[in-house]
Design a protein. Structure first.
Ligand code: UGY
Ligand code: MN
Length: 232
């Protein structure tokens, strides 16, 4: 889904912001993913909620982020934060800022303590060669540890490289294409994708990717991990 296909929403808690609801339960997703454009001097917040965890990622611009009652933190492109339930997330944009904000219900597991908030910048997370080649790098912004029930990863592919198989798995993805282009296999169709495209992949959606063009292709994606499967 290209960004220009999303009409802009307005949210009471983000006055002045242009919000695109990339994915939601209305689509079939078990999460909500927003793209939020804050104009200069605007602020917005998602209030604390008993059940909801929140991941935020700055796509462009600079500003301030405050989580819960903590001191504010300066954020720049690539800054991310992951906060547990019962934590508010507030942003202030002295200059225009574009954010991706992801929310879902935290899935507790017996014997696993609730995690503490984490934050950082993607530039501080090293890229691990993937599928036996350093032409594909995977950055795991949230550590792969049982405390966390989700992953938010960034893949970067040199053109001419891609996922070596067609994956089919129970986990969902919410994927935002950040840079470059390529072709994405969804089901039995190969589709052209480029910067600013969004893809929701439901459970067991057959998927693969091949990077094309002149520049590295890069995308950030969510994946539900590390929890028993419910629904029985
Ligand atoms: O982690 C993943 O499932 C990843 N390899 N999937 C994807 O990039 N579509
Ligand atoms: Mn996958």
């Amino acid at each position: 889904m290209p960004l220009e296909g999303y009409p802009v929403s307005k949210l009471p808690s983000w006055p002045g912001a242009e919000v695109r609801v990339l994915a939601s339960p209305a689509l079939g997703a078990n999460f909500v993913q927003y793209l939020i454009d804050l104009p200069a001097t605007a602020r917005g917040q998602f209030p604390a909620d008993e059940r909801i965890e929140t991941f935020s990622y700055v796509l462009s611009g600079r500003g301030e982020h405050r989580e819960g009652g903590r001191a504010k933190r300066q954020v720049i492109p690539g800054s991310f934060a992951f906060t547990p339930p019962r934590t508010a997330n507030e942003f202030y944009a002295p200059e225009p800022m574009r954010l991706m904000v992801f929310q879902k219900r935290y899935q507790a597991s017996p014997g696993i303590a609730l995690f503490n908030a984490i934050h950082g910048n993607e530039s501080d997370v090293s890229g691990i060669p993937w599928a036996d080649t350093d032409k594909i790098k995977l950055q795991t912004l949230i550590p792969d540890d049982f405390q966390y029930d989700m992953a938010m990863n960034i893949f970067t592919f040199t053109p001419g490289f891609g996922l070596p198989i067609v994956e089919t798995h129970v986990m969902e993805h919410g994927l935002l294409f950040l840079q470059g282009k390529g072709v994405y296999r969804l089901g039995d169709e190969w589709m052209e994708v480029e910067k600013d495209d969004f893809i929701w992949m439901g459970p067991y959606c057959p998927q693969s990717f091949y990077a094309a063009g002149e520049h590295p292709a890069k995308y950030i994606y969510y994946k539900d991990v590390n929890r028993e499967i419910g629904g029985l």
